[in-house]
Design a protein around this ligand. Structure first.
Ligand SMILES: [Mn+2]
Length: 374
């Protein structure tokens, strides 16, 4: 039984400009999460720890950080194989050619060409596709070597599966059936930060620690393969230290109601000091909503590691004004809006509107506002 710990995109040295004040904590968390990856590999008795590219954010990271990463990897009991990705490409100025990186234990190996690499103590062989530059139109898996007959064949590559809308032509496009075409038992991919299992033999581990809100990351994959040809068992294991929480709050029912639900959500957080929060407001808002929101933001800034407020709500007066502008040029629209206004306030065709009708009219008005805004 071969057991792989598959991880990628550690992006050590990440700048995290969008949440800059929390940058130091974020970079420390990436190292902490990396220690957790190694701890899981040791606990699970992995035969190999595989880093599928972008271990470093760029090739010019500080030497101090390179030393730290080497120290973390030194804790692994299994051999560690590191594939250069597009962020830490194996160019002439590569981080992997520096003295600070060369000073590492013998079990940490850089996959620097496409030669098959036997995994010590197993019947398995790694078939790497190291990245040599920032961009490429070539499928990195096209260069994978042939596996020796009978061996468990593990491809390691960094790029984008050619899924419609999810890749660019110059972003190392990878054929969707690469694992099948190359006769691989498993294709370990890096580059996408979200964890994504494409099929039974192809997966992205995603980054071990989130780099932004709503990413679907913060895990590694433990992959077990009984023998050549057997279907791998792919299991995620959590590694994230920080929590990136994206909340949406609709202000249409009044700011106080929205604020209450946000406070309740924050109160339910297991570790507020380790949480970054993005708060996005929606719906229509009264003029005093801004004051209440900024007071809440100040309150949360003390509790949370980071909070940012993104306002996508529309002030009620502005919203109605916008609709009136549209109606001014179109009597039919003006008539429709007047009917909706009346219905939303409780009357319909001279009769009392039902609660459901009033709500429906308000919803349609709200939808129209969103269509003409900004
Ligand atoms: Mn990448």
């Amino acid at each position: 039984m071969l057991r792989i710990l598959h991880t990628s995109d550690w992006q050590m040295g990440l700048k995290a400009c969008h949440v800059a004040a929390a940058g130091t904590a974020i970079r420390a968390a990436r190292l902490d999460a990396a220690r957790e990856v190694v701890a899981i590999a040791n606990r699970e008795r992995a035969d190999v720890l595989l880093l599928a590219g972008d271990t470093f954010e760029h090739n010019l990271v500080e030497d101090r950080l390179v030393h730290e990463v080497v120290k973390v990897l030194s804790g692994a009991q299994a051999p560690v194989f590191v594939l250069p990705g597009n962020h830490d490409a194996l160019s002439h100025d590569s981080v992997f050619r520096r003295a600070s990186w060369r000073n590492r234990p013998a079990n940490v190996v850089i996959l620097e060409d496409t030669k098959p690499v036997p995994i010590p103590g197993t019947e398995a062989v790694l078939l790497p596709a190291p990245v040599l530059q920032k961009k490429s139109f070539q499928d990195p898996t096209a260069t994978l070597a042939q596996a020796p007959a009978g061996a468990i064949a593990i491809g390691v590559a960094h790029g984008s599966l050619r899924i419609e809308g999810k890749h660019a032509a110059d972003d190392f496009p990878i054929a969707l059936d690469a694992a099948h075409k190359k006769g691989l038992d498993y294709l370990a991919l890096g580059h996408w930060h979200a964890q994504y299992v494409h099929d039974e033999r192809t997966a992205y581990s995603g980054t071990h620690e989130p780099t932004k809100f709503g990413e679907g990351s913060g895990q590694v994959l433990i992959v077990e393969i009984a023998n050549h040809g057997a279907v791998p068992r792919i299991q995620p294991a959590p590694t994230a230290r920080l929590r990136w929480e994206a909340l949406e709050a609709d202000l249409s029912a009044g700011a106080e109601v929205a604020l209450q639900s946000i406070r309740a959500a924050v109160k339910a957080l297991p570790n507020p000091g380790q949480t970054l929060m993005r708060l996005r407001t929606l719906g229509e808002s009264e003029p005093d909503a801004g004051l209440a929101l900024h007071a809440l933001e100040d309150e949360l800034a003390v509790l949370l590691l980071h909070v940012s407020l993104e306002r996508a709500d529309v002030p009620t007066s502005v919203a109605r004004g916008k609709l009136a502008e549209v109606a001014a040029d179109n009597p039919l629209v003006a008539g429709l809006l007047a009917d909706l206004e009346t219905a939303s306030q409780g009357e319909a065709g001279g009769a009392q509107a039902s609660t459901a009708d009033r709500a429906a009219a308000r919803q349609i008005l709200g939808e129209l506002v969103r269509r003409v805004w900004p």
